[in-house]
Design a protein around this ligand. Sequence first.
Ligand SMILES: NC(=O)c1ccc[n+]([C@@H]2O[C@H](COP(=O)([O-])OP(=O)(O)OC[C@H]3O[C@@H](n4cnc5c(N)ncnc54)[C@H](O)[C@@H]3O)[C@@H](O)[C@H]2O)c1
Length: 262
Amino acid sequence: MDSILDLKGRVALVTGAGQGVGRQVAIQLAANNAGGIVVNDFHLDRAQAVAEEICRVGGKALPVACDVTDFRAVTSMVETAEGKFGRVDILVNNAGNAGPSDGLSNIKPFWETGPEEWANWLGTNLYGVLNCTRASINGMLKRNQGRIITVISDAGRVGEPHLAVYSGAKAGAAGFMRGLAKAVGRNNITANCVALAGINTPGVAALMPDEDTMKKILRAYLIRRLGEPSDAANMILFLASDAASWITGQTYPVNGGYSVSV
Ligand SMILES: NC(=O)c1ccc[n+]([C@@H]2O[C@H](COP(=O)([O-])OP(=O)(O)OC[C@H]3O[C@@H](n4cnc5c(N)ncnc54)[C@H](O)[C@@H]3O)[C@@H](O)[C@H]2O)c1
């Protein structure tokens, strides 16, 4: 029997796929019969390493370095992807955190920050999502088929006191996806978000405290461990597959029970 998660040769573009959640998503989609994976990252070496990993096990992958906050570069990336694979059927807006900068190691209260620092959070987490969606959606509209999945954070659902601007950027991305879902549903394009809580990735390694503090942090999680990139990738694969063709405009928490929702 065919797997309900079989991607049937569809082509995916995953942003920020050079490490962490994005890398696992790229690998997971490739392993489930994607016809090609565009591995985007700000850092070319990271994108290349993941693309090589996929190709080594028989998948098709194209590394493309570009900053998702740069609309022109994003447009050119999608053109390159379409040149290589013919189309982009699945867009995973995954690039996030503090963007390519090292912002997570220097978190300050909102009242000690200014527009320059806000731009890092808003640029990748909100404008990056707009840019990549805008660049990919015309092809989806033309083919009357598409999947857009945006990785947000529980910060965008319930708010995080030390990450107020990030919380706003992620909530903005989720609001955008809801509006978009309503605009493109008739074209057979779904738009959903996956809201993550703490996932064990290189990007958040700087935030990892000592063992005792970690135990205290984990008390906030009904399942007392951090998430792994595969926890996120499993949900994203599902939303990208035909099994989720009647699901749109939603935000799914994948968070070990960090917050619960009706
Ligand atoms: N790790 C967590 O605990 C956690 C929790 C909640 C939400 N998230 C979200 O999950 C997603 C993945 O997080 P992660 O921890 O795996 O990330 P990470 O920081 O480990 O890796 C992200 C990758 O994206 C790339 N990137 C960043 N900004 C970019 C840009 N502007 N253009 C292109 N590439 C860019 C980076 O170079 C990096 O390789 C993000 O959207 C993040 O906000 C993560």
